[in-house]
Design a protein around this ligand. Structure first.
Ligand code: NAD
Ligand code: MG
Length: 386
């Protein structure tokens, strides 16, 4: 029995993780569930899964949640600090990080220091502090199991290959809803259009990141840290069908890939059950109805976020943290309708230029760098007229 803590149980990844736990009650137990502000769903989940502990990060919702569950022996906490404390509970085996953004970093640090296995969906953690997080995992002998579908595909393609040299990683990308748009068209696209992803249903922030291709930039940085490769050895391949979830090329030229339908249940379940595979119902890949698979080069003139991510990871230090913080602000402001789609990379690039560069930040430095970069990006978005 693996006891799981889900950080962000009410979101897209969180609810799909609970689907897996529901399917395998003999294998997994929901020990701790946490949410940002969605009190109603967290209450329903607590009634169904009867966890030991829950956290509602938004303190205004604490009374509501506590009162609704007063007939059950569930411990209820609130606030960001509580997230860092609950992950350390002795019975927890695996912490699945499905919160959005920088907020996922502090509880992940606590989970690793407490010796927990981390099933990592919150890629922003590795974007901001990949080097420090991987070091912490090694020091504390904690596995980090990828939940992101591309990284799970790479991880699966590496089974049994520990001693073999990787020549490169082929990181596939759907290209998002605007794959075929011209720069001029991209200038006019709305958040509503960007939120309609062709292949995946995900939370709002990552859906916008997929449309700008910042998501792929983040995944490039995530892959670098997870698999210990230089960024130049990771090639982004646009593959609109999202069937090949990514691949690894070895030094004899062999390319090993993992294929499947676009469904996050598989990578989530594999991160929890590894090294075993468990039955998983759902659609199966039908190569005959698919007919053909397509591949294209990414175009960084239309999707500059991808270039900015390559540049930030090449620069290192605080640059990826600033990249992430500026993107969080710009992504949010675009969703609110405050800025245009092509303003997103502009704000990020300008923020990277303005925030003082820290060559070798420690984990303690990131909150201040994050705050400063968010302030600069917010000022820049405020000065823009749409
Ligand atoms: P989501 O918006 O659907 O859910 C986010 C969850 O985190 C919710 O439960 C929310 O209440 C909680 N949360 C958000 N901000 C919080 C805060 N400040 N404090 C505490 N809790 C907070 O997002 P999602 O699509 O499930 O994505 C979660 C993470 O997984 C992201 O880092 C994303 O990049 C990554 N990811 C998602 C997918 C996907 O298919 N959705 C795929 C790969 C990776
Ligand atoms: Mg992905």
């Amino acid at each position: 029995m693996r006891r799981i803590c889900i950080l962000g149980s009410t979101g897209s990844i969180g609810t799909q993780t609970l689907d897996i736990i529901r399917q395998h009650p003999d294998k997994f137990e929901a020990h701790t569930l946490t949410a940002g502000s969605n009190a109603e769903l967290l209450i329903r989940q607590a009634r169904e899964f009867n966890p030991d502990t829950i956290v509602i990060a938004n303190e205004d919702k604490y009374d509501l949640v506590r009162d609704a569950l007063s007939d059950l022996p569930i411990k209820v906490y609130s606030g960001a600090q509580a997230l860092c404390e609950v992950v350390e509970a002795a019975p927890i085996d695996t912490v699945l990080t499905a919160m959005v953004g920088f907020a996922g970093l502090p509880p992940t640090v606590h989970a690793l220091k407490a010796g927990k296995a981390v099933a990592l969906a919150n890629k922003e953690t590795l974007v901001v502090a990949g080097e420090a997080i991987m070091r912490l995992a090694i020091e504390n002998r904690c596995p980090i199991l990828p939940v992101d579908s591309e990284h799970s595909a790479i991880f699966q393609s590496l089974n049994g290959e520990q001693h073999n040299r990787i020549e490169k990683i082929l990181l596939t990308a759907s290209g998002g809803p605007f794959r075929n748009c011209t720069v001029q068209e991209l200038q006019g696209v709305t958040a509503e259009q960007a939120l309609r992803h062709p292949n995946w249903t995900m939370g709002a922030k990552i859906t916008i990141d997929s449309a700008t291709m910042m998501n792929k930039g983040f995944e490039l940085i995530e892959a670098k840290w997870l698999f210990g490769l230089p960024a130049q050895a990771i090639e982004v391949v646009i593959h609109p069908e999202s069937v090949i979830h990514s691949a690894v090329q070895f030094e004899d030229g062999a390319v090993i890939a993992q294929l499947g339908t676009p469904d996050m249940h598989l990578p989530i379940q594999y991160a929890l059950s590894y090294p075993a595979r468990l039955p998983l119902p759902g659609a199966r890949l039908d190569l005959f109805s698919l007919g053909a698979l397509h591949f294209e080069q990414p175009d960084t003139s239309r999707f500059p976020c991808l270039r900015l991510a390559y540049e930030a990871i090449a620069r290192g230090g605080s640059a990826p943290c600033v990249l992430n913080a500026a993107n969080e602000i710009a992504n949010f402001r675009f969703r609110e309708g405050g800025i245009g789609f092509m303003d997103i990379p502009r704000i990020i690039e300008e923020t990277l230029a303005r925030v003082p560069f820290v060559p070798a930040p420690t984990l303690d430095d990131y909150p201040a760098i994050n705050r400063e970069a968010r302030l600069v990006a917010a000022r820049l978005t405020g000065s823009l007229k749409k």
